[in-house]
Design a binder for this molecule. Structure first.
Ligand code: IPM
Ligand code: MG
Length: 360
């Protein structure tokens, strides 16, 4: 099979970790008889520096023409980088929001999983973490507060800022369907998270989720208020399978869930449209403080590449090979600095890539 993949190395540690993911993909390709065709595009700060804007229309066209997009990370230090002196719509993050909308990537899958080998990194009390956890946050990605009308006006001699939170039934229905479909392939439980005790958009969310749930009698559905969910994530994370939620709640809860694993450098993500197309990226950011030092953890990006093989190309065997290589490398005691503990072997970004390739 020929796989046409657009890569966005991006900023900070992005280029280093994408290089490792490409290396692992090439290894998979040679083992299973595929051909990887990579095309790089610029996004974020790299694109601002080269083209004066965080994402050009040509870059979007290149991404659209591919089968899938593999991204590293974008953005820089928000207090020191000159990119953050620009107006908001010209900053690195605007490129990310633009590509999500342009490619209609409404379904954002963010797994949070406690690796047995890394259980010690989990910040929760052992009596909680010993149960383990394996959840997937299904975050709506192209609606809500992120894409509603916003403005700042002057009223009665003071500034007033307005952000609007809108959701239509069809926007809720399509993400709910994705949530239930994926739950069917997992432990068959959906926790839909909202703020239905206050927000109209959440009341509509709950109504539509209940309607969709009727078509999935084999999947258990429960509703949870977002503030309670934030508590439950640290109190009893094992209760969750699929967490289905809107854009802003998903942004916040997914950071919390990743922190609870203690190893954000291990967490992948996928952003999908309604066909097989997707953008795959690590859950972590661009870590500008450690960029270019060959110490970043490439595993989240490598696992995002595995998600890409699974969701965009239906190459399950190949995806399994990558995930097994990650497990094996941990079993063999190799760690990048972020997940290092006494008694294990510390390796750099490039060496971690090589060790993974050896295990494919
Ligand atoms: C994320 C990030 C983005 C978001 C930012 C960089 C715009 O936090 O992917 O979670 O808020 O969606
Ligand atoms: Mg976020």
């Amino acid at each position: 099979m020929i796989l046409n993949i657009t890569c966005i190395p991006g900023d900070g540690i992005g280029p280093e970790i994408v290089t490792q993911a490409k290396k692992v993909l090439e290894k998979v390709a040679s083992k299973y008889g595929h051909e990887m065709r990579f095309t790089d595009i610029l996004m974020g700060g790299a694109s601002i520096d080269a083209c004066g804007e965080p994402l050009t229309d040509e870059a979007i066209a290149t991404a659209k023409a591919a089968d899938a997009v593999l991204m590293g990370s974008i953005g820089g230090n928000t207090s020191t980088s000159p990119w953050y002196k620009l107006p908001p719509e010209k900053r690195p993050e605007a490129g990310l929001l633009k590509i999500r909308k342009a490619l209609n990537l409404f379904a954002n899958l963010r797994p949070a999983y406690l690796y047995e080998e890394l259980a010690a990194a989990c910040p929760l009390k052992e009596e909680i973490s010993k149960a383990g956890f394996d959840m997937l946050i299904m975050r709506e990605l192209t609606g809500g507060l992120y894409f509603g009308e916003r403005k700042t006006v002057e009223e009665n001699g003071e500034l007033k800022a307005i952000d609007t939170l809108t959701y239509s039934e069809s926007e809720i229905r399509r993400i709910a369907i994705k949530g239930f479909e994926i739950a069917r392939k997992r432990r068959k439980k959906v926790t839909s998270v909202d703020k239905a005790n206050v927000l109209d958009s959440s009341r509509l969310w709950r109504k539509v989720v209940n309607e969709v749930a009727e078509n999935y009698p084999d999947v258990t559905v429960e509703h949870m208020l977002v503030d309670n969910c934030a508590m439950q994530l640290v109190k009893d994370p094992a209760q969750f399978d699929v967490i289905l939620t809107e854009n802003m709640f998903g942004d916040i809860l997914s950071d919390e869930a990743s922190m609870v694993t203690g190893s954000i450098g291990m967490l992948s993500s996928a952003s999908l449209n309604d066909s097989k197309f997707g953008l795959y990226e690590p859950s972590h950011g661009s870590a500008p403080d450690i960029a270019g030092q060959d110490i970043a953890n490439p595993i989240a990006t490598v696992l995002s590449a595995a998600m890409m093989l699974r969701y965009s190309f239906d190459l399950d065997k190949e995806a399994d090979a990558i995930e097994n290589a990650v497990r094996q490398v941990l079993k063999d005691g190799y760690r990048t600095g972020d997940i290092y503990s006494a008694g294990t072997t510390k390796v750099g970004c490039n060496e971690m890539g090589d060790l993974l390739c050896e295990r494919i």
